[in-house]
Design a protein around this ligand. Structure first.
Ligand code: SME
Length: 157
């Protein structure tokens, strides 16, 4: 496909509905993991404009930052630490409406107010997480969870 994205306005479901096929098309025929994760992070950033969108990948029993869009971030996160490490340990999506109320939250940016973390699970094993941070409190809902989980499922990992 052409390397430009069609950005739509409207409620979140409409935005995700437009974005998901475009993300699939971007990754079609491409097996390089860094390339695909980089384009997915960029596509989400372009459509939604969140503060930070990116991937942490499990390497030697730690999460190591991968392709992302946004301010510089913590490089390594241990299992069970922060929202990302907790999502990894529990192998489930975590929605944090107010990061200051999450015990152990790792503040990479003081601008981040709410967060969603979706684990990337293959054959029962967590390979990494998709982390999204917003400057607004309570910015993520079950709608984001459903669509971001669908996006994570399409990643050819
Ligand atoms: N806040 C995350 C750390 C990663 S940054 O937000 C990019 C956490 O608590 O795991």
């Amino acid at each position: 496909m052409a390397e430009d994205l069609t950005i739509v306005q409207g409620d979140k479901s409409i935005q995700y509905q437009s974005l998901l096929p475009q993300i699939r098309a971007l990754m079609e025929g491409e097996t390089d993991i860094v390339a695909n994760l980089a384009n997915v992070a960029a596509a989400l950033k372009e459509q939604f404009g969140w503060l930070w969108i990116g991937f942490y990948l499990v390497k030697n029993d730690e999460l190591v930052v991968g392709p992302f869009q946004g301010p510089v971030a913590c490089t390594r996160i241990r299992k069970g630490r922060g929202v990302c490490g907790t999502s990894w340990a529990q192998a489930k999506t975590l929605i944090v409406p107010d990061v200051e109320a999450f015990p152990g939250h790792i503040a990479c940016s003081s601008l981040s107010k709410s967060e969603i973390v979706v684990p990337i699970i293959r054959n029962g094993e967590v390979l990494g997480v998709l982390d999204v941070d917003s400057v607004n409190l309570n910015d993520f809902s079950e709608t984001d969870q459903q669509w971001l989980e669908a996006i994570v499922e399409t990643l050819p990992l």
